[in-house]
Design a protein around this ligand. Structure first.
Ligand code: SF4
Length: 184
């Protein structure tokens, strides 16, 4: 039942291997998901049990005693499109890490806070770092540092030719403050 205990992040980090930043990111997301118990971990992070097992084996091979992770449950209506947007812009499209992170980011984007908070990261800088590292071609398009959730949804709408904005340009738009500005 380790995942239900406080300090799960530290337990993961202590048993983790590999690149320090990616290990930190995965540990943050898993700890955030685990904090939502009794919601199944698979549902909280958007990964089915076999994929979660592969992630844990790859990054946290010493971890054991996890509670049953359950099932991810059905996608929200826009979730597959967001996963696709991310993977279409993956820095390394064949990488497991990118695929896992695309699923996790898409699932956590459904939560109500700023995305870095929904992912359990330490700061917005962590989120920007993970997006630049794993989804570089997408992150590069956010040239004005738009809030990340807003940016994803605007990109999906642009890709579909859907006009959801009140204004054709951001400058002067009455929703400017909703799309730009600090995320803290
Ligand atoms: S500021 Fe206005 S035009 Fe720009 S993305 Fe937001 S809603 Fe759309």
């Amino acid at each position: 039942m380790l995942a239900q205990q406080p300090g799960f992040y530290q337990s993961l980090i202590a048993r983790g291997v590999g690149d320090a930043f990616d290990r930190h990111v995965f540990a943050c997301i898993l700890a955030k998901g685990a904090s939502e118990f009794p919601r199944p971990l698979a549902a909280a992070v958007g990964l089915p049990a076999p994929e979660l097992a592969r992630l844990l084996a790859a990054w946290f091979p010493g971890i054991d005693g996890l509670a049953p992770v359950g099932e991810p449950g059905p996608d929200a209506i826009e979730e597959a499109d967001l996963r696709r947007l991310l993977m279409d812009h993956a820095t390394c499209p064949g990488s497991d890490a990118a695929r896992w992170l695309a699923a996790m980011v898409a699932r956590r984007s459904l939560e109500p806070d700023h995305l870095w908070q929904d992912l359990g990261l330490s700061s917005r800088a962590d989120l920007s770092g993970l997006l630049r590292r794993h989804f570089g071609p997408l992150a590069e398009k956010n040239t004005r540092d738009m809030k990340w959730k807003k940016f994803f949804y605007r990109q999906m709408c642009l890709d579909e030719g859907i006009r959801v904005c009140k204004s054709p340009v951001c400058d002067g738009c009455t929703d400017f403050s909703l799309c730009f500005g600090p995320e803290d």
